[in-house]
Write a protein that binds this ligand. Structure first.
Ligand SMILES: NC(=O)c1ccc[n+]([C@@H]2O[C@H](COP(=O)([O-])OP(=O)(O)OC[C@H]3O[C@@H](n4cnc5c(N)ncnc54)[C@H](OP(=O)(O)O)[C@@H]3O)[C@@H](O)[C@H]2O)c1
Length: 223
């Protein structure tokens, strides 16, 4: 079977470079085009799939291109406004879209584990996240997702996420659970950026051939 062609958006960025490195040795996917600040998605003619780690305004435009061309779309960009994210989810009516604010399998497992906290919903909760100093959005997309998940599980909104920025930290997310007589700590630490890139390629392979709709890492875990 021939390899599926991949267009990488944000290819010159930190995540884009990780994706390009993994594509060099992938047996199912091959790089067919790159989009960065110098090359717009409108200059790309076609692809079997698009993988995008760029910036919110760019990703909205890319989602519309994918919708028009009927190309499956994997998006890892974070920091969308509600309106921007709505435009992306609208496109999922016509094409399969995979969105995850964190493409690591570990964070998908952590999200599932949070469901167990319903049993101690009266405890105090605090999410803390740390990232490298160049990260543009705060709190991180992952922290926002975890906060939404926790709100559903405990039936109220926990205090705002605490964000720390510094050095080269790839990403740390911690959920502190504090009772009067005991504490729990749920923690995920990304040891490199490749963990997100590997998750994005896994998502891409899952997405090719799926029906239109919005998919997440949860769907990939069950696949
Ligand atoms: N979902 C996840 O698991 C996950 C993990 C890590 C990061 N992220 C998110 O992924 C995104 C990228 O992160 P990063 O650390 O790789 O950032 P980065 O190093 O700043 O890379 C951003 C990329 O977007 C490109 N870009 C910026 N403006 C553009 C435009 N107008 N048109 C086309 N391309 C444009 C940049 O191109 P130039 O280099 O030419 O400027 C660069 O290639 C962020 O939103 C980050 O939060 C998600």
């Amino acid at each position: 079977m021939s390899k599926k062609s991949v267009v990488v958006v944000g290819s010159t960025g930190r995540m884009g470079q990780e994706i390009l490195n993994l594509l060099k040795i992938d047996s199912d996917l091959v790089l067919s085009g790159e989009v960065d600040e110098k090359k717009n998605i409108s200059q790309i003619s076609d692809a079997d799939i698009v993988i995008d780690f760029s910036a919110p305004a760019v990703s909205v435009e890319v989602s519309q291109w994918c919708r028009k061309k009927i190309v499956p779309y994997v998006c890892g960009t974070t920091g969308f406004s509600e309106k921007q994210f709505h435009k992306i989810t609208e496109a999922a009516k016509d094409i399969p879209i995979f969105y995850s604010s964190n493409m690591s399998v570990g964070v998908a497992v952590l999200r599932r584990a949070l469901k167990a906290l319903a049993a101690v919903s009266e405890y105090d909760f605090q999410i803390v996240e740390a990232h490298h100093s160049q990260k543009k959005d705060s709190p991180s997309g992952t922290a926002k997702t975890l906060q939404e998940e926790l709100t559903k599980v405990i039936g109220r909104t926990p205090p705002p996420v605490q964000s720390i920025r510094g050095g080269g930290v790839f990403g740390v997310h911690e959920i502190l659970v504090m009772g009067q007589e005991e504490t729990l700590e749920f923690k995920h630490t990304a040891l490199n950026r490749a963990v997100f890139a590997r998750g994005a390629l896994r998502a891409a392979k899952f997405l090719i051939g799926q029906k239109p709709g919005l998919y997440s890492m949860d769907d990939v875990l069950d696949y």
